[in-house]
Design a protein around this ligand. Structure first.
Ligand code: 5GP
Ligand code: ZN
Length: 113
């Protein structure tokens, strides 16, 4: 499997993993766009949100719960943060393994599209 995020899950590619449980892991983005920029992914390879919504929607709840906990630990929960899931080419998804961005630690741009 040549999926970079599966390789991170398998420990074959180094990353700064800051949370893991039986369903999801979280690590720091290699090219951070904010002081806090975490990536939260399912361990299981799901290509994008488009596939997840058919297969296992509860996984998103698990990812959001992990994000909420991590936002507290990163100290961005009170000032606020943004969770982003890019889906597909036009949605700006570059890595084809479902992932959620957690961005915080600065006042984020209001631009969404
Ligand atoms: P996307 O545009 O697919 O929503 O975002 C993919 C994100 O993954 C980007 O923010 C990119 O910096 C990050 N990323 C890509 N490859 C790696 C990697 O090998 N390690 C880490 N930590 N982040 C990565
Ligand atoms: Zn994968």
């Amino acid at each position: 499997m040549d999926c970079i995020f599966c390789q991170i899950v398998a420990g074959e590619v180094p990353s700064e993993i800051i949370y893991q449980d039986e369903e999801v892991i979280a690590f720091r983005d290699i090219n951070p766009q904010a002081p806090t920029h975490l990536i939260i992914i399912p361990r299981k390879h799901v290509p994008s949100l488009a596939q997840l919504s058919e297969a296992e929607p509860s996984l998103i709840g698990h990812m959001v719960a992990a994000a909420g906990q991590l936002a507290k630990e990163e100290g961005v929960s009170e000032t606020g943060y943004r969770l982003v899931i890019n889906c597909g080419e036009w949605g700006g998804q570059l890595v084809p393994h479902l992932h959620m961005h957690l961005l915080g630690g600065k006042k984020l741009s209001g631009k969404l599209g």
